[in-house]
Ligand binder design. Structure first.
Ligand code: TNX
Length: 524
């Protein structure tokens, strides 16, 4: 018999070349260096606690007779179980029926259970893999969903390929306890500079969910394009949605398309945050309706990439009627709590008008989010400010009692080039390699802003230079996985060398997922 051995990740003692684990044996403690490539070492985001027995190599093996049992049997939990079943069916060929456990436990099966213990919070879970069972427990369906994402990463990479493979479908016996650090784990996609079809957005949602990201902010309007159908102002999409940067093809989401995206995201525990950028970044709207311009003359559709030249007419009442109609229609198809009103780079609106404008558009039933500049206005502490560039705006927002979403452009603007030879992207905020985008922490990013002010983080992807989902993937990965870890994982576990080691192994999973990631020299 082997002694019982507990293996816990030790974050402080991580060597440069490898991940060091603390081995607790009944007769004492010693360090060992793990250099193999077991999937357990490549979990991203890293869970709060991992315990597994390294001396006794044992596995849970999925066989043809395996089933997934849920308890209690309700729609939300069945939906989570079905998503796991579908992944496993398409890769293993097993039938994997999903049904109620009725309190039974039989060997060889996977169990998803809601429990009455909220010690891991609303998003946390406990995952236990023994030779006989896989048991996933959480106090909320969201926790089960996140546990399923971790479970996927424990299976061989081939689980992601979508092709049936005859390999041993087994997982090392392990016990994981996990919970989230921040409530806001966001990504932003600019669908205005270039338009991305519903299926592309869904593919991005799949990837976000896999890394436990729970907000997708859609930048739906800008100078170059208006991308959401507004029934009371149809020219917005007819004219304003007709093209894109460089005169590339335009497009827009009908309200039905948008609802489909919202529903799809919801099944993956992602809230869609719609943004209508105001009062600047509005050339597409101004080109669609002459009456929205102070001059009464509509400008031409814009296909360049400059910013800061457009503004709605602050003085005209029709501006506010327009905004009321747009926000009302959008709010009606947005079940989430928030609407983003932009507010950035309004360089063609003077400061007095800008403040007046933001104060007037603030209350629309939903909670308002705006880019950092909104904190110049006297707005409610329930509104949220999104930091991207200037600490003084973030500090002003914190002083007002507003919560912050951190999107530092020098760290997690996914449209920044990795280095001078990156073919896509911009570099105004500096080249951002994988290490730079990982090696920062929300708590220490802005002097004077404390953790209590921070809702979480969000990684924006602006699309001036991006045209396809493959372009999106190239700029987002691997940096988005790092952003997800910053948002989800416990601070004490985050360390670049440890992350780098995991990411090297984890890259094979990007391959299996078919993600067109940037194979950085940092992860070779
Ligand atoms: C700044 S950051 C912008 C966007 C651009 C982006 C390009 C912010 C709130 N506005 O309009 O697309 O830079 O990186």
């Amino acid at each position: 018999m082997f002694p019982k051995i507990n293996l816990k990740i030790l974050s402080k003692n991580i060597s440069v070349a490898s991940i060091v684990f603390l081995l607790t044996v009944s007769c004492g403690t010693k360090k060992i260096v793990v250099k193999d490539s077991e999937p357990v070492l490549s979990l991203i985001p890293i869970p709060a606690e991992i315990i597994y027995d390294r001396a006794v190599v044992s596995y849970f093996e999925l066989t043809n007779t395996a089933e997934i049992f849920v308890e209690p049997e309700n729609e939300e939990i069945k939906n989570v179980a079905e998503q796991l079943a579908e992944k496993l069916r398409t890769s293993t060929g097993c039938a994997l029926k999903v049904s109620s456990s009725n309190g039974r436990t039989e060997k060889g099966n996977i169990y998803l259970k809601l429990i009455n213990d909220n010690s891991s919070g609303d998003e946390g879970y406990k995952l236990s893999v023994t030779k006989d069972f896989v048991t996933l427990e959480a106090s909320k369906p969201a926790g089960l969903f996140y546990g399923v994402q971790t479970l996927r990463q424990l299976f061989p990479n081939e689980i992601e390929s979508g092709i049936i493979k005859k390999i041993p479908w087994r997982i090392r016996t392990i016990s994981i306890k996990d919970f989230s650090r921040y409530k806001w784990r966001g990504a932003m996609l600019d669908v205005a500079r270039h338009f991305f079809k519903v299926d592309d957005v869904k593919k991005y949602i799949d990837l976000l969910a896999f890394y436990k990201i729970n907000k997708l902010h859609l930048h739906l309007s800008d100078d170059q394009g208006w991308r959401i159908e507004i029934k009371s102002w149809q020219n917005l999409t007819k004219i304003g949605g007709s093209t894109a940067v460089n005169g590339d093809p335009g497009g827009y989401y009908t309200q039905e398309d948008y609802k489909e995206i919202v529903k799809y995201a919801r099944e993956k525990f992602i809230t869609i945050i719609p943004e209508i950028d105001l009062p600047g970044h509005t050339n597409a709207a101004l080109a669609s309706y002459p009456e929205l311009n102070c001059s009464g003359i509509a400008p031409k559709i814009y296909t360049g990439i400059e910013v800061g030249f457009s503004s709605l007419c602050i003085e005209k009442e029709i501006t506010y009627k327009f905004i009321d109609n747009v926000i009302k229609e959008l709010a009606a198809i947005t079940p989430g709590e928030y609407i983003h009103i932009g507010g950035d780079e309004a360089k063609s609106t003077n400061e007095k008008d800008y403040i007046k404008f933001i104060e007037r558009v603030e209350s629309h039933g939903k909670r308002m989010i705006g880019w950092e500049e909104i904190s110049k206005a006297n707005i409610s502490s329930s509104s949220v400010s999104q930091f991207w560039d200037s600490p003084q705006h973030a500090i002003a927002a914190a002083k007002r009692g507003m919560k912050l979403i951190l999107s530092p452009s020098t760290k997690i603007y996914l449209d920044m080039k990795y280095n001078e030879s990156t073919p896509l992207g911009l570099f105004w905020a500096g080249y951002t390699d994988v290490k730079k985008s990982y090696s920062w922490d929300p708590e220490t990013e802005i002097p004077g802003v404390i953790n209590n002010n921070i809702l979480g983080i969000e990684a924006p992807l602006w699309s001036e230079t991006l045209k396809t989902i493959k372009d999106i993937e190239y700029m987002a990965f691997p940096r988005l996985a790092g952003a997800a870890e910053i948002a989800w994982s416990q601070k004490r576990l985050r360390q670049w060398e440890n992350y780098r080691e995991r990411l090297i192994i984890h890259s094979k999973r990007f391959d299996a997922l078919g993600v067109n990631y940037y194979s950085s020299p940092e992860i070779k």
